[in-house]
Write a protein that binds this ligand. Structure first.
Ligand SMILES: Cc1cc2nc3c(=O)[nH]c(=O)nc-3n(C[C@H](O)[C@H](O)[C@H](O)COP(=O)(O)OP(=O)(O)OC[C@H]3O[C@@H](n4cnc5c(N)ncnc54)[C@H](O)[C@@H]3O)c2cc1C
Length: 589
């Protein structure tokens, strides 16, 4: 079984030294969240993820969720663990105290998301979608809906889902068919089928609150005619107590490649009673409050799975003996494989990507809080633009790198990685969904290039590039970081050239641009991680006297990233700007 130790040291380093967003630090509501409190929470979080949740990963993989006599049964141990999980208040960590939450910022909850993803993504998904549904209701629901549904969701005794996908409607939500018919009392009856619904049904909570996209009778075609509805599995009476079963049933539970402990359900809505959330025909924008935050969390899933894969590969490479290394001192027998240059390269590749991603994710958590809570509307908008720009990058880059890292970690185990005992192949299988759900990574890249670079004449990519230029300028003046700053600047120029190319090409050939989106996202993502590393380097050189071992490790890891990972930008840039003529004219026989 894979082992796991939560990387609290690295998380606390970020929390203490990289909390550098002035506007985040101005947020009154988070002034009391100091280092001691953060450390205490992360230590408790580490305990529950390492001891209670990690063992569920293997159990869930070997005993998938099943449907028996219309009831969805989770793997052995899930019920007991979930009970403890909610008793200890983990579902309420980042929720509003008004509804029973603890009001912790995303700078803390993102670390917990990472730990949970490392320990068991399947188990995590039961509470993750609830938090997503909570956020959507919080931002779009009326006061009475919030009062009726949120406290139990925050407590974790009710869970939530997000029901978009239908058999013929995945990426293109404009095709969705589920119907909502208005009733004389202003409620609705929903009829239709939703598929692939995460935590669509299960035995962990008393009730499940579905957020469902559907069309009302006179709705226009396409995405302009979609509304959002809250549909409880069990109806809730006016006094908040549970009533009769609603018209929602589980058609089946999917059999999947990975995350087998997570219930992925076909849900049939048959005249199910529901309430409209937000304005009529504006359901997609209401749902997007949930989806945008959720996309960041999916990126963090990729990061968490990468971390546990790396930890296990590192441990194994210290024990497994094979062959003699170039500098071998052993006379008889073989060296441990960590002595081989290629294994060291592979491990450093993982480590440098993971720590850089964690720093970027922490930056994004600060921006997200500013975008949600700052009093100044201009500052709020600027943060919101940056969050919109970097969300698809985090979602796609982290999950794609998760595939590379879980595959490389499996490789370090050799044949033992491919067989089941060590748990490495499960990490690869579990991670494989992350580039697919919450909008596929290719669709994220398209969204980034066609919709996020410029918005209502605000040059968002320009503002982001400006931030990086300032960091580069500052670090060029420092002898220790100068070379790193110059290297990042060279790659930043590639990003600028690529952005100019897109701006020009979009006028002549949309196919050229569409075919370049994935490469562009990678270039922006690698520059963004490089930018995070430059900040880490700046601090590391200043602080090295206080903790030599920790900061030397950071500096040496960063060197690898700058020498061996950033150069991938050259290939992506060259490939991206090569056009689409051959691609579009090719005849697939
Ligand atoms: C385990 C699991 C859990 C899930 N959980 C949920 C859930 O809780 N709620 C929910 O509503 N859904 C959920 N989904 C559905 C998931 O979000 C969709 O599968 C995903 O968005 C892709 O939709 P699709 O499968 O219909 O693929 P399609 O949309 O058919 O896409 C097929 C391929 O075409 C590409 N493509 C599509 N459109 C374009 C385009 N315009 N340009 C270029 N390429 C394009 C895609 O990138 C993809 O490679 C889940 C799915 C799984 C497998």
């Amino acid at each position: 079984m894979a082992t796991y130790t939560a990387p609290i040291n690295d998380m606390m380093f970020l929390f203490e030294k990289l909390r550098d967003n002035k506007h985040y630090n101005d947020l009154e509501k988070y002034k009391e969240v100091n280092t001691d409190l953060a450390k205490d929470i992360l230590e408790q979080a580490a305990k529950i993820t390492e001891n209670l949740i990690l063992p569920l990963a293997k159990i869930g993989d070997e005993n998938p969720t099943k449907l028996e006599n219309g009831v969805v049964i989770t793997p052995p141990g899930y019920k007991e663990a979930y009970k403890k999980f909610i008793q200890d208040g983990w579902t309420s960590l980042s929720c509003d105290p008004k509804y029973g939450g603890q009001g912790m910022p995303k700078t803390i909850s993102a670390f917990f998301d990472e730990m949970l993803s490392s320990a068991s993504l399947s188990f995590k998904l039961y509470s993750e979608l609830s938090i997503g549904a909570y956020n959507c209701i919080l931002h779009n629901g009326t006061d009475s809906i919030k009062k009726k549904f949120l406290p139990n969701m925050v407590e974790g005794i009710w869970s939530g889902t997000m029901c978009l996908t239908e058999p013929v409607c995945g990426t293109d939500l404009g095709l969705l068919k589920t119907k909502a018919t208005e009733q004389p009392d202003g409620t609705f009856k929903l009829t239709g089928q939703k598929i692939f619904i995460t935590s669509g049904d299960h035995d962990l909570t008393e009730n499940i609150i579905h957020l469902v996209l559907a069309r009302v009778a006179d709705a226009p075609d396409g995405t302009k005619g979609i509304s959002l509805f809250l549909v409880p599995k069990i109806q809730v009476k006016e006094d908040g107590s549970l009533g009769s079963r609603n018209g929602v049933s589980t058609g089946s539970v999917e059999s999947k490649m990975g995350i087998k402990g997570s219930a992925t359900c076909v849900l049939n809505f048959d005249e199910a009673a529901g309430y409209m959330i937000g304005p009529k025909n504006k359901g997609l924008s209401s749902m997007f409050t949930m989806m945008n935050l959720e996309r960041i969390v999916v990126g963090i899933q990729g990061l968490g799975i990468s971390e546990i894969a790396y930890q296990n590969a590192l441990n194994y490479s210290r024990e497994r003996k094979q062959g003699k290394s170039n500098n071998s001192k052993s006379i008889n027998g073989a060296d441990v494989i960590i002595d081989h240059a290629d294994i060291r390269r592979s491990l450093l590749n993982m480590k440098s990507v993971i720590e850089g991603e964690r720093a970027l994710s922490f930056w994004l958590a600060q921006q997200t809080e500013v975008s949600l809570h700052h009093n100044d509307s201009k500052i709020k908008q600027q943060a919101s633009d940056l969050v919109a720009l970097i969300t698809p990058v985090v979602k796609s880059l982290f999950t794609d790198m998760g595939m590379e890292i879980t595959s490389d970690a499996m490789q370090i185990f050799g044949g033992y990685g491919y067989t089941k005992d060590q748990g490495m192949e499960r990490l690869y299988r579990d991670n494989r969904i992350t580039p697919i759900y919450e909008g596929t990574n290719s669709v994220q890249a398209i969204d980034l290039v066609f919709r996020k670079l410029v918005n209502e004449n605000r040059n968002i990519i320009g503002s982001y590039i400006q931030l990086i230029k300032e960091e580069v300028k500052k670090n060029k003046k420092n002898n220790e970081t100068k070379l790193f700053a110059e290297t990042l600047n060279n790659y930043l120029k590639k990003l600028i050239d690529f952005t100019d190319w897109i701006e020009k090409s979009i006028k002549s050939s949309k196919d050229d641009v569409s075919a370049a989106c994935n490469d562009y996202l990678k270039v922006l993502g690698l520059v963004a991680v490089g930018y995070s590393w430059l900040k880490v380097l700046d601090i590391s050189y200043k602080e090295i006297k206080n903790n030599k071992e920790f900061f030397e490790d950071k500096i040496e890891t960063a060197k690898f990233f700058f020498d061996r990972v950033l150069p991938r930008i050259d290939t992506h840039y060259k490939s991206g700007i090569s056009g689409s003529k051959n691609i579009m004219n090719f005849k697939f026989n």
